[in-house]
Design a protein around this ligand. Structure first.
Ligand code: NAD
Length: 368
Protein backbone atom coordinates (compact mmCIF):
# COMPACT_ATOMS: atom_id res chain seq x y z
CA UNK A 1 0.00 0.00 0.00
CA UNK A 2 1.25 3.52 -0.78
CA UNK A 3 1.94 5.69 2.25
CA UNK A 4 0.67 9.27 2.01
CA UNK A 5 2.51 12.30 3.41
CA UNK A 6 2.44 12.87 7.17
CA UNK A 7 -0.38 15.17 8.14
CA UNK A 8 -0.29 17.05 11.39
CA UNK A 9 -3.46 16.94 13.43
CA UNK A 10 -3.65 18.84 16.68
CA UNK A 11 -6.08 17.61 19.32
CA UNK A 12 -7.13 20.17 21.92
CA UNK A 13 -9.41 18.29 24.35
CA UNK A 14 -9.99 21.26 26.69
CA UNK A 15 -12.22 21.05 29.75
CA UNK A 16 -15.06 19.00 31.22
CA UNK A 17 -16.11 16.18 28.89
CA UNK A 18 -13.66 17.47 26.23
CA UNK A 19 -10.90 14.98 27.13
CA UNK A 20 -13.40 12.10 27.26
CA UNK A 21 -14.86 12.69 23.81
CA UNK A 22 -11.55 13.64 22.17
CA UNK A 23 -10.04 10.41 23.49
CA UNK A 24 -12.49 8.59 21.20
CA UNK A 25 -11.39 10.79 18.27
CA UNK A 26 -7.79 9.83 19.02
CA UNK A 27 -8.74 6.15 18.98
CA UNK A 28 -10.35 6.53 15.53
CA UNK A 29 -7.31 8.44 14.19
CA UNK A 30 -4.97 5.76 15.53
CA UNK A 31 -7.14 3.08 13.95
CA UNK A 32 -7.02 4.91 10.59
CA UNK A 33 -3.23 5.25 10.86
CA UNK A 34 -2.83 1.58 11.49
CA UNK A 35 -5.43 0.12 9.18
CA UNK A 36 -5.76 2.57 6.30
CA UNK A 37 -2.06 3.27 6.04
CA UNK A 38 -2.65 6.92 6.74
CA UNK A 39 0.18 8.72 8.43
CA UNK A 40 -1.40 11.24 10.75
CA UNK A 41 1.02 12.87 13.14
CA UNK A 42 -1.19 13.33 16.18
CA UNK A 43 -0.25 15.95 18.72
CA UNK A 44 -2.26 16.99 21.76
CA UNK A 45 -2.10 20.01 24.04
CA UNK A 46 -3.90 22.15 26.59
CA UNK A 47 -6.54 24.76 25.90
CA UNK A 48 -9.14 26.55 28.04
CA UNK A 49 -9.38 26.20 31.81
CA UNK A 50 -6.80 23.41 32.00
CA UNK A 51 -4.30 25.64 30.21
CA UNK A 52 -5.08 28.48 32.60
CA UNK A 53 -4.40 26.17 35.56
CA UNK A 54 -0.96 25.32 34.26
CA UNK A 55 0.16 28.47 32.43
CA UNK A 56 -2.18 31.25 33.65
CA UNK A 57 -3.35 31.69 30.01
CA UNK A 58 -6.24 29.91 28.23
CA UNK A 59 -3.92 29.24 25.30
CA UNK A 60 -0.15 29.64 25.17
CA UNK A 61 1.80 30.96 22.18
CA UNK A 62 3.36 27.53 21.80
CA UNK A 63 -0.04 25.84 21.40
CA UNK A 64 -1.23 28.60 19.13
CA UNK A 65 1.77 28.08 16.81
CA UNK A 66 1.14 24.35 16.83
CA UNK A 67 -2.40 25.12 15.63
CA UNK A 68 -0.98 27.28 12.83
CA UNK A 69 1.30 24.44 11.73
CA UNK A 70 -1.43 21.77 11.73
CA UNK A 71 -3.60 20.71 8.81
CA UNK A 72 -6.56 20.39 11.13
CA UNK A 73 -7.28 21.27 14.74
CA UNK A 74 -9.90 19.21 16.55
CA UNK A 75 -11.13 20.78 19.75
CA UNK A 76 -13.30 19.26 22.50
CA UNK A 77 -14.84 22.04 24.58
CA UNK A 78 -13.71 24.75 26.95
CA UNK A 79 -15.10 26.36 30.08
CA UNK A 80 -16.72 25.47 33.34
CA UNK A 81 -17.91 27.03 36.59
CA UNK A 82 -14.41 26.96 38.08
CA UNK A 83 -13.28 29.66 35.63
CA UNK A 84 -16.49 31.70 35.36
CA UNK A 85 -15.19 34.56 37.49
CA UNK A 86 -11.83 35.04 35.83
CA UNK A 87 -11.11 38.37 34.16
CA UNK A 88 -12.30 38.45 30.53
CA UNK A 89 -8.84 37.99 28.94
CA UNK A 90 -8.12 34.85 30.98
CA UNK A 91 -11.45 33.10 30.49
CA UNK A 92 -11.27 29.70 28.73
CA UNK A 93 -13.51 30.98 25.89
CA UNK A 94 -10.85 33.56 24.94
CA UNK A 95 -8.77 30.67 23.58
CA UNK A 96 -11.54 29.82 21.11
CA UNK A 97 -11.95 33.41 20.00
CA UNK A 98 -8.20 33.78 19.56
CA UNK A 99 -7.99 30.61 17.47
CA UNK A 100 -10.95 31.63 15.30
CA UNK A 101 -9.66 35.16 14.81
CA UNK A 102 -5.96 34.47 14.30
CA UNK A 103 -6.52 31.44 12.06
CA UNK A 104 -8.95 33.70 10.12
CA UNK A 105 -11.71 31.10 10.26
CA UNK A 106 -14.38 33.05 8.41
CA UNK A 107 -16.84 30.27 7.53
CA UNK A 108 -18.58 28.20 10.15
CA UNK A 109 -20.25 25.07 8.81
CA UNK A 110 -22.91 23.42 10.89
CA UNK A 111 -24.77 20.46 9.49
CA UNK A 112 -28.19 19.70 10.92
CA UNK A 113 -28.88 16.08 10.10
CA UNK A 114 -31.70 14.01 11.45
CA UNK A 115 -30.61 10.46 12.17
CA UNK A 116 -33.55 8.22 11.28
CA UNK A 117 -32.90 6.14 14.39
CA UNK A 118 -33.41 9.23 16.57
CA UNK A 119 -36.32 10.84 14.80
CA UNK A 120 -38.35 10.75 18.01
CA UNK A 121 -35.76 12.79 19.92
CA UNK A 122 -36.87 15.96 18.11
CA UNK A 123 -39.58 18.23 19.43
CA UNK A 124 -41.01 18.39 15.89
CA UNK A 125 -43.23 15.80 14.23
CA UNK A 126 -41.30 12.89 12.65
CA UNK A 127 -42.69 13.62 9.17
CA UNK A 128 -41.30 17.17 9.32
CA UNK A 129 -37.75 16.24 10.23
CA UNK A 130 -37.30 12.69 8.96
CA UNK A 131 -34.58 12.75 6.29
CA UNK A 132 -33.48 16.27 7.21
CA UNK A 133 -30.01 17.22 5.94
CA UNK A 134 -29.20 20.94 6.03
CA UNK A 135 -25.87 22.71 6.03
CA UNK A 136 -25.73 26.17 7.58
CA UNK A 137 -22.80 28.35 6.57
CA UNK A 138 -22.37 31.24 8.98
CA UNK A 139 -19.95 34.12 8.38
CA UNK A 140 -17.74 34.11 11.46
CA UNK A 141 -15.32 37.01 11.52
CA UNK A 142 -17.33 40.05 10.39
CA UNK A 143 -20.66 41.77 10.87
CA UNK A 144 -22.05 43.27 14.02
CA UNK A 145 -19.89 41.26 16.46
CA UNK A 146 -16.75 42.94 15.13
CA UNK A 147 -17.86 46.20 13.41
CA UNK A 148 -16.59 49.61 14.57
CA UNK A 149 -17.59 51.91 16.18
CA UNK A 150 -18.74 49.92 19.18
CA UNK A 151 -19.05 50.58 22.88
CA UNK A 152 -21.24 52.10 25.58
CA UNK A 153 -21.10 55.90 25.76
CA UNK A 154 -22.76 58.52 27.98
CA UNK A 155 -25.23 60.81 26.22
CA UNK A 156 -26.43 64.32 27.05
CA UNK A 157 -29.53 63.55 29.08
CA UNK A 158 -27.58 61.41 31.56
CA UNK A 159 -28.54 58.20 29.81
CA UNK A 160 -26.10 55.80 28.14
CA UNK A 161 -26.02 54.55 24.56
CA UNK A 162 -24.87 51.09 23.44
CA UNK A 163 -23.38 50.97 19.95
CA UNK A 164 -22.54 48.13 17.62
CA UNK A 165 -22.01 48.44 13.91
CA UNK A 166 -23.08 45.95 11.27
CA UNK A 167 -20.71 46.10 8.30
CA UNK A 168 -19.80 43.81 5.44
CA UNK A 169 -17.59 44.35 2.42
CA UNK A 170 -18.00 42.74 -0.99
CA UNK A 171 -14.94 40.58 -0.34
CA UNK A 172 -16.22 39.30 2.99
CA UNK A 173 -19.58 38.39 1.43
CA UNK A 174 -18.07 36.71 -1.63
CA UNK A 175 -15.64 34.51 0.30
CA UNK A 176 -18.31 33.02 2.56
CA UNK A 177 -20.88 32.74 -0.25
CA UNK A 178 -18.28 30.94 -2.36
CA UNK A 179 -17.94 28.31 0.40
CA UNK A 180 -21.73 27.86 0.37
CA UNK A 181 -21.93 27.51 -3.43
CA UNK A 182 -19.03 25.03 -3.50
CA UNK A 183 -20.74 22.94 -0.81
CA UNK A 184 -24.06 23.05 -2.63
CA UNK A 185 -22.42 21.67 -5.77
CA UNK A 186 -21.57 18.51 -3.82
CA UNK A 187 -25.07 18.31 -2.30
CA UNK A 188 -28.49 19.22 -3.75
CA UNK A 189 -27.20 22.28 -5.62
CA UNK A 190 -29.40 24.73 -3.74
CA UNK A 191 -28.39 27.78 -1.68
CA UNK A 192 -30.70 29.97 0.40
CA UNK A 193 -29.12 33.29 1.36
CA UNK A 194 -30.61 35.03 4.40
CA UNK A 195 -30.41 38.69 5.40
CA UNK A 196 -32.68 41.59 6.28
CA UNK A 197 -32.44 43.50 3.02
CA UNK A 198 -35.85 45.05 3.71
CA UNK A 199 -34.52 47.12 6.64
CA UNK A 200 -30.68 47.04 6.49
CA UNK A 201 -28.34 48.44 3.84
CA UNK A 202 -25.72 45.84 4.76
CA UNK A 203 -28.42 43.23 4.13
CA UNK A 204 -29.18 44.73 0.75
CA UNK A 205 -25.50 44.60 -0.16
CA UNK A 206 -25.35 40.99 1.07
CA UNK A 207 -28.25 40.01 -1.18
CA UNK A 208 -26.86 41.81 -4.25
CA UNK A 209 -23.34 40.44 -3.85
CA UNK A 210 -24.42 36.84 -3.25
CA UNK A 211 -26.55 37.07 -6.40
CA UNK A 212 -23.67 38.67 -8.38
CA UNK A 213 -21.27 35.90 -7.36
CA UNK A 214 -23.80 33.23 -8.27
CA UNK A 215 -24.44 34.82 -11.69
CA UNK A 216 -20.72 35.08 -12.38
CA UNK A 217 -19.29 31.82 -11.04
CA UNK A 218 -22.04 29.42 -10.02
CA UNK A 219 -24.74 29.67 -12.72
CA UNK A 220 -25.82 26.07 -12.21
CA UNK A 221 -26.52 26.46 -8.50
CA UNK A 222 -30.09 27.39 -7.61
CA UNK A 223 -30.12 30.51 -5.39
CA UNK A 224 -33.01 31.76 -3.31
CA UNK A 225 -33.03 34.84 -1.08
CA UNK A 226 -35.00 34.80 2.16
CA UNK A 227 -35.41 37.29 4.98
CA UNK A 228 -33.73 35.94 8.10
CA UNK A 229 -36.87 36.15 10.25
CA UNK A 230 -38.79 34.18 7.64
CA UNK A 231 -35.98 31.62 7.57
CA UNK A 232 -36.31 31.17 11.35
CA UNK A 233 -40.00 30.40 10.81
CA UNK A 234 -39.49 28.17 7.78
CA UNK A 235 -36.90 26.09 9.67
CA UNK A 236 -39.66 25.03 12.04
CA UNK A 237 -42.43 24.79 9.45
CA UNK A 238 -40.72 23.02 6.57
CA UNK A 239 -36.99 22.52 7.22
CA UNK A 240 -36.57 20.04 4.39
CA UNK A 241 -36.99 22.83 1.81
CA UNK A 242 -33.37 23.86 2.59
CA UNK A 243 -30.10 22.44 1.37
CA UNK A 244 -27.35 25.01 2.12
CA UNK A 245 -28.18 28.20 4.01
CA UNK A 246 -25.65 31.04 3.95
CA UNK A 247 -25.99 33.98 6.29
CA UNK A 248 -24.09 36.57 8.30
CA UNK A 249 -22.55 36.28 11.75
CA UNK A 250 -25.51 37.46 13.83
CA UNK A 251 -28.32 35.70 11.96
CA UNK A 252 -26.12 32.62 11.56
CA UNK A 253 -25.55 32.45 15.30
CA UNK A 254 -29.27 32.12 15.88
CA UNK A 255 -30.36 30.14 12.83
CA UNK A 256 -27.64 27.52 13.34
CA UNK A 257 -28.66 26.97 16.97
CA UNK A 258 -32.27 26.69 15.92
CA UNK A 259 -31.42 24.20 13.16
CA UNK A 260 -29.26 22.18 15.55
CA UNK A 261 -32.14 21.79 17.94
CA UNK A 262 -34.41 20.44 15.20
CA UNK A 263 -32.54 17.19 15.45
CA UNK A 264 -32.51 16.39 19.15
CA UNK A 265 -29.27 15.91 21.04
CA UNK A 266 -26.37 18.28 21.33
CA UNK A 267 -24.14 15.24 21.64
CA UNK A 268 -24.57 14.40 17.94
CA UNK A 269 -23.72 17.60 16.13
CA UNK A 270 -20.32 18.51 14.72
CA UNK A 271 -19.06 21.78 13.25
CA UNK A 272 -16.23 23.03 11.07
CA UNK A 273 -14.66 26.46 10.89
CA UNK A 274 -12.75 27.09 7.69
CA UNK A 275 -10.27 29.81 6.76
CA UNK A 276 -8.72 31.13 3.58
CA UNK A 277 -6.26 29.08 1.59
CA UNK A 278 -2.63 30.21 1.64
CA UNK A 279 -0.48 30.44 -1.49
CA UNK A 280 0.27 26.72 -1.26
CA UNK A 281 -3.44 25.93 -1.24
CA UNK A 282 -3.37 25.00 2.45
CA UNK A 283 -6.51 25.95 4.34
CA UNK A 284 -6.57 26.61 8.06
CA UNK A 285 -9.41 24.90 9.86
CA UNK A 286 -10.79 23.91 13.21
CA UNK A 287 -13.36 21.23 13.99
CA UNK A 288 -15.38 20.91 17.17
CA UNK A 289 -18.62 19.46 18.50
CA UNK A 290 -21.23 22.16 18.99
CA UNK A 291 -21.77 21.20 22.62
CA UNK A 292 -19.89 22.70 25.56
CA UNK A 293 -17.86 21.11 28.34
CA UNK A 294 -20.98 19.68 30.09
CA UNK A 295 -19.63 20.01 33.66
CA UNK A 296 -22.73 18.22 34.97
CA UNK A 297 -21.61 14.91 33.45
CA UNK A 298 -17.82 15.41 33.23
CA UNK A 299 -15.71 12.53 34.53
CA UNK A 300 -18.61 10.07 34.54
CA UNK A 301 -17.74 8.35 31.26
CA UNK A 302 -21.24 8.89 29.88
CA UNK A 303 -20.72 11.73 27.38
CA UNK A 304 -21.75 11.09 23.81
CA UNK A 305 -18.62 11.05 21.59
CA UNK A 306 -20.55 11.08 18.28
CA UNK A 307 -20.44 14.89 17.79
CA UNK A 308 -16.66 14.80 18.15
CA UNK A 309 -16.24 11.76 15.94
CA UNK A 310 -18.39 13.42 13.27
CA UNK A 311 -16.22 16.54 13.66
CA UNK A 312 -13.28 14.32 12.74
CA UNK A 313 -15.27 13.11 9.76
CA UNK A 314 -15.72 16.74 8.64
CA UNK A 315 -11.94 17.24 9.03
CA UNK A 316 -11.30 14.18 6.85
CA UNK A 317 -13.65 15.58 4.21
CA UNK A 318 -12.84 19.29 4.19
CA UNK A 319 -9.19 19.52 5.26
CA UNK A 320 -7.62 16.20 4.44
CA UNK A 321 -9.34 15.22 1.14
CA UNK A 322 -10.26 11.82 2.55
CA UNK A 323 -13.89 11.64 1.44
CA UNK A 324 -14.04 7.89 1.41
CA UNK A 325 -12.75 7.62 5.00
CA UNK A 326 -15.25 10.33 6.01
CA UNK A 327 -18.08 8.36 4.37
CA UNK A 328 -17.01 5.17 6.17
CA UNK A 329 -16.92 6.92 9.51
CA UNK A 330 -20.38 8.43 9.02
CA UNK A 331 -21.71 5.03 7.95
CA UNK A 332 -20.15 3.42 11.05
CA UNK A 333 -22.01 5.92 13.26
CA UNK A 334 -25.28 5.08 11.47
CA UNK A 335 -24.68 1.36 11.91
CA UNK A 336 -24.00 1.68 15.62
CA UNK A 337 -27.26 3.59 15.99
CA UNK A 338 -28.99 0.87 13.92
CA UNK A 339 -27.63 -1.63 16.44
CA UNK A 340 -29.58 0.38 19.04
CA UNK A 341 -26.53 1.45 21.06
CA UNK A 342 -27.23 4.75 22.83
CA UNK A 343 -25.40 7.00 25.24
CA UNK A 344 -27.51 8.36 28.08
CA UNK A 345 -28.42 11.64 26.32
CA UNK A 346 -30.12 9.80 23.44
CA UNK A 347 -31.36 6.78 25.37
CA UNK A 348 -34.95 5.59 24.94
CA UNK A 349 -36.89 2.55 26.13
CA UNK A 350 -35.70 -0.77 24.76
CA UNK A 351 -32.30 0.47 23.53
CA UNK A 352 -28.89 -0.51 24.92
CA UNK A 353 -27.26 2.16 27.06
CA UNK A 354 -23.47 2.44 26.77
CA UNK A 355 -20.77 4.82 27.97
CA UNK A 356 -18.39 7.05 26.02
CA UNK A 357 -15.64 4.57 25.36
CA UNK A 358 -17.93 1.62 24.47
CA UNK A 359 -19.65 3.88 21.93
CA UNK A 360 -16.24 4.83 20.47
CA UNK A 361 -15.14 1.19 20.34
CA UNK A 362 -18.42 0.17 18.65
CA UNK A 363 -17.91 2.80 15.94
CA UNK A 364 -14.34 1.58 15.36
CA UNK A 365 -15.58 -2.02 15.21
CA UNK A 366 -17.94 -0.99 12.38
CA UNK A 367 -15.02 0.61 10.50
CA UNK A 368 -13.39 -2.79 10.54
P1 NAD B 1 -23.24 22.22 27.33
O1 NAD B 1 -23.34 22.00 25.86
O2 NAD B 1 -21.92 21.95 27.94
O3 NAD B 1 -24.33 21.29 28.09
C1 NAD B 1 -25.73 21.45 27.92
C2 NAD B 1 -26.44 20.14 28.31
O4 NAD B 1 -26.19 19.14 27.29
C3 NAD B 1 -25.91 19.53 29.60
O5 NAD B 1 -26.96 18.96 30.31
C4 NAD B 1 -24.93 18.47 29.16
O6 NAD B 1 -24.79 17.41 30.06
C5 NAD B 1 -25.53 18.01 27.83
N1 NAD B 1 -24.49 17.60 26.90
C6 NAD B 1 -23.66 18.41 26.20
N2 NAD B 1 -22.82 17.68 25.45
C7 NAD B 1 -23.11 16.39 25.68
C8 NAD B 1 -22.58 15.16 25.21
N3 NAD B 1 -21.55 15.11 24.32
N4 NAD B 1 -23.13 14.02 25.67
C9 NAD B 1 -24.14 14.03 26.52
N5 NAD B 1 -24.71 15.16 27.01
C10 NAD B 1 -24.19 16.33 26.59
O7 NAD B 1 -23.70 23.72 27.61
P2 NAD B 1 -23.68 24.56 28.97
O8 NAD B 1 -24.03 23.67 30.12
O9 NAD B 1 -24.46 25.76 28.69
O10 NAD B 1 -22.16 25.03 29.13
C11 NAD B 1 -21.21 24.38 29.96
C12 NAD B 1 -19.85 25.05 29.78
O11 NAD B 1 -19.42 24.85 28.43
C13 NAD B 1 -19.89 26.55 30.00
O12 NAD B 1 -18.71 26.91 30.68
C14 NAD B 1 -19.88 27.14 28.61
O13 NAD B 1 -19.28 28.40 28.55
C15 NAD B 1 -19.06 26.12 27.86
N6 NAD B 1 -19.32 26.05 26.41
C16 NAD B 1 -18.26 25.83 25.62
C17 NAD B 1 -18.44 25.69 24.25
C18 NAD B 1 -17.24 25.38 23.40
O14 NAD B 1 -16.21 25.02 23.93
N7 NAD B 1 -17.34 25.52 22.10
C19 NAD B 1 -19.72 25.77 23.71
C20 NAD B 1 -20.81 25.97 24.56
C21 NAD B 1 -20.61 26.10 25.92
Amino acid sequence: MIKVKKRKILLLPGDGIGPEVINEVRKVLEWLNKNKSLDFEIDEDLVGGVSYEKHKYPITDEVFYKALESEAVILGAVGGPKWDNLEFAKKPERALLKLRKELKLFANLRPAICFEQLVDASSLKPEIISGLDIMIVRELTGGIYFGEPRGIVPIENGERKGINTHTYTTGEIHRVARVAFELAKKRKNKVTSCEKSNVMEAGQLWKEEVQALRDKEFKKVELKHMLADNCAMQLLKDPKQFDVIVTDNLFGDMLSDEAAMLTGSLGLLPSASLGTKDKNGKMRSMYEPIHGSAPDIAGKGIANPIASILSLSMALRYSLDLDSEANSLELAVQQVLDDELRTKDIMSTGKKQVGTSVMGDAIIAKLK
